[in-house]
Design a protein around this ligand. Structure first.
Ligand code: SF4
Length: 377
């Protein structure tokens, strides 16, 4: 029984502040609200899917506006979802079509490799057309508001974090030999939908798409949602380095956002995770999720040793100012892993855990800013 291991998960909904921040997620849990992807299935789009990508995006822009109105009517029970028929072409179908087009010149993330993954070419993330899963289970180790969480772990990642704690599935999950991924459990979108179905039957609170990173698998995820029908929260658990286009596809599908926000200084992000323009891209995407998506966000901030002033403080300042209703998981569990553990001389400054003083400084700062972090940290 998961709640015996995590009594905070059962009690967290007695906290009014948490209920207010995540009111729609709570409504889906209670059966009084409908997940966004089910609403996207009912929204009609009138466009030939043979049109070029630019025209598909114009239709998407229009459908996004109509989605907001439909969501409002469904939330206020002005319209009942089951009174709507399933259109020949839905907003979700359009999103799937656009995702397949993006795959032909991949720009799911801001690396923008531009390779034709639809034809089996492999991108930086080591993925071609197919998706691979390392595990799918009811996770009891996620934050109190999420457990048990129906985690579906995709292999592959758009980052190369030198301290990665999941390098077996993000960086080293299979070798690319002769332009083919040699290992991993290949899955179809139908199989992903069946995994979600099994997790739903197991009583999870949400379907949690994670990795590695889920971004390179967006085409598979959207297609899986087309084949899944349950009234359950859909959650994006990501480094949030997806492209603007991918973010737009996600906005009307994700009920809950679980983004990492690790670094403030771009030079450090480049050194640690091998990515450019980290801060600008992550803040852009989180702000969009906050303003134009569900707005129900739980930021994961991993406190790094020696980085409280440079990264933790400005990140918390930004959260307080730009996304004040988000909750923050202040994470003290950094430990030297992967390349840091293997070559400690190169990464001396982060080859240690954070100190008690660093933890104290971070929590005092969060309290001074009146951030809500304790129920989920
Ligand atoms: S998901 Fe990102 S890293 Fe992977 S191929 Fe596409 S653009 Fe490249």
């Amino acid at each position: 029984m998961w709640f015996l291991h995590r009594p905070d998960a059962a009690n967290v909904w007695k906290n009014d502040a948490v209920c207010n921040r995540y009111s729609r997620y709570k409504g889906i849990l209670d059966g009084t609200k409908i997940p966004r992807y089910l609403i996207a299935k009912k929204l009609v789009v009138n466009i030939s899917f043979e049109e070029p990508l630019e025209k598909l995006w114009l239709a998407h822009e229009q459908a996004s506006k109509e989605f907001i109105e439909l969501l409002r009517k469904i939330d206020s029970e002005e319209i009942l979802l089951n009174e709507l028929s399933s259109p020949e072409k839905s907003f979700l179908d359009l999103k799937e079509k656009i995702a397949c087009k993006i795959l032909e010149s991949c720009h799911f993330c801001e690396r923008r490799c531009g390779v034709n993954r639809a034809q089996g070419k492999i991108g930086f993330c080591r993925l071609g057309k197919d998706s691979y899963i390392s595990s799918a289970f009811a996770h009891t180790g996620e934050e109190s508001v999420l457990v048990p969480s129906g985690t579906i772990f995709f292999t592959g990642c758009t980052f190369t974090c030198v301290f990665c704690q999941n390098s077996d599935i993000s960086q080293e999950w299979g070798d690319v030999i002769d332009n083919k991924v040699s290992e991993g459990v290949k899955v179809t979108s139908k199989q992903v939908a069946l995994m979600a179905e099994k997790l739903w039957k197991d009583g999870v609170r949400n379907i949690n798409f994670v990795g590695g990173d889920p971004t390179p698998n967006l085409h598979t995820i959207i297609s899986a949602l087309k084949q899944f029908e349950r009234n359950i929260t859909i959650l994006w658990n990501s480094n949030m380095y997806q492209s603007l286009e991918a973010t737009k596809l996600l906005l009307e599908l994700m009920d809950f956002w679980l983004p990492d926000f690790k670094f403030w200084e771009n030079d450090f992000a480049k050194q640690m995770s091998g990515v450019n323009n980290y801060r600008e891209i992550i803040t852009r995407n989180i702000k969009l999720a906050y303003a134009e998506g569900s707005g129900e966000i739980l930021i994961r901030h991993l406190i790094m040793p020696g980085r409280v002033e440079q990264d933790t403080f400005p990140i918390l300042d930004w959260c307080a100012k730009d996304i004040p209703k988000a909750m923050i998981n202040l994470m003290d569990q950094y430990r030297p892993e992967y390349l840091v553990r293997r070559t400690p001389n190169i990464y001396r400054s982060i080859n240690q855990r954070i100190s008690t003083i660093e933890w104290q400084k971070a929590t005092e700062k969060a309290d001074a800013l009146d951030l809500l972090w304790k129920p989920v940290s």
